[in-house]
Design a protein around this ligand. Structure first.
Ligand SMILES: Nc1ncnc2c1ncn2[C@@H]1O[C@H](COP(=O)(O)OP(=O)(O)OP(=O)(O)O)[C@@H](O)[C@H]1O
Length: 328
């Protein structure tokens, strides 16, 4: 378990991390999201004592990092894959780490095997590709067989096979009861990996919730219907007191009834349906909706609706961007 209490980091008059309090619990993958500059890396660095907080505290299994006798056996971290000594082989990089942390030498070969680097164990790490460097960084995090693992952008530079591998590795480690905390900008990947989400913006906590609740609370869900009797279908839905909107592609969208209700309504009037599909926004859409007001740097957009960088994107019918009230 990782516990943050009022964690704060200021650089001069810039508050990078602002009174953050949350817990990262064991047995699940917790995703850490936030726009660029939100304070994710700074938070993670403070978790393993690489930066000192200006205020508040982080506890690893109830202790401050500096009070852990053998920290690598409690928490392993991949923060900067380039932090390895380039002149040393993959094996020797890990051997030095093992020896200085009283970790059995046998673990070095084990973790090299786990991350798929055994065939290049004797090669100098400066010749490694970005993906190989990531794997070596992951091996160093696993070295002490810790109960808590923290990965900052672990899929950076990995090919699809590598991304699939790290996703399964994180899920397996979590299923063993470990605490897994991971940041990534790849929303589609995060949606497949994380069970729980911590979202920050401008250093502040925006959400601490399950993946399913986060998507539900920050996006619009609706049912899409298509029928060769589209006009009659829309009239019947409207007569039932439900708002139905015809959209350009010949379908009807309804966001105040379930697909079961609509299916039964259509069947009751013997209307043929070609589509009856509940639509749920993606994590990416939900994330953009939630963090729209706390993005530090915006790219200029030619899209007139999104041209004002100070404004959140306008809600669009059919694109899952209408904000729902909490619990709706
Ligand atoms: N050493 C430093 N000195 C001054 N400002 C810093 C320092 N480190 C980080 N910052 C600032 O703190 C804020 C948070 O940075 P941080 O790198 O933690 O964000 P992040 O969420 O990890 O961003 P990204 O997603 O781009 O990696 C940024 O505005 C950054 O410019």
């Amino acid at each position: 378990m990782i516990e943050l209490e009022g964690l704060t980091k200021r650089y001069g008059d810039k508050t990078a991390v602002d009174q953050l309090s949350f817990q990262v619990r064991p047995g699940m993958v917790t995703g850490f999201l936030g726009p660029n500059g939100a304070g994710k890396s700074t938070t993670m660095r403070m978790m393993i004592g690489l930066d000192n907080p200006t205020g508040g505290s982080v506890r690893i299994d109830g202790k401050h990092y500096r009070d852990l006798a053998e920290p690598l056996k409690y928490i392993g971290a991949l923060l900067d894959a380039k932090a390895m000594h380039g002149g040393r082989s993959a094996y020797n990089n890990l051997l030095c780490l093992a020896q200085s942390n009283r970790i059995p030498t046998s673990r070095v070969s084990e973790v090299l095997d786990t991350v798929g680097l055994a065939p290049v164990a004797k090669k100098k790490s400066k010749g490694f590709s970005l993906g190989m460097g990531q794997r070596l960084g992951i091996a160093s995090a696993l070295l002490g067989n810790p109960e808590i693992l923290m990965f900052d952008e672990p899929v950076n530079g990995l090919d699809p096979e590598g991304i699939h591998w790290i996703r399964n590795l994180m899920k397996r480690l979590a299923s063993e009861g470990r605490t897994i905390f991971v940041s990534s900008h790849l929303m589609s990947e995060m949606a497949l990996t994380a069970d729980h989400l911590i979202v920050i913006g401008q250093g502040k906590l925006l959400a601490d919730t399950s993946m399913a609740d986060f998507i539900q609370q920050n996006s619009r869900s609706y049912v899409r219907l298509r029928s060769p009797q589209q006009e009659r279908l829309r009239d019947i839905i409207t007569e039932a007191g439900i708002t139905a909107v015809s959209v350009g592609d010949g379908s009807i969208e309804v966001d105040s009834a379930t697909s079961e209700q609509l299916g039964e309504l259509a069947a009751g009037h013997q209307i043929v349906l070609h589509e009856l599909s509940p639509q749920r926004a993606s994590l990416e859409e939900a994330f953009m909706q939630m963090t729209a007001g706390s993005v530090e740097y915006h790219a200029h957009s030619d899209d007139s609706e999104a041209a004002d960088p100070g404004l959140p994107p306008a809600p669009r019918w059919g694109q899952g961007s209408t904000k729902k009230n909490k619990g709706a």
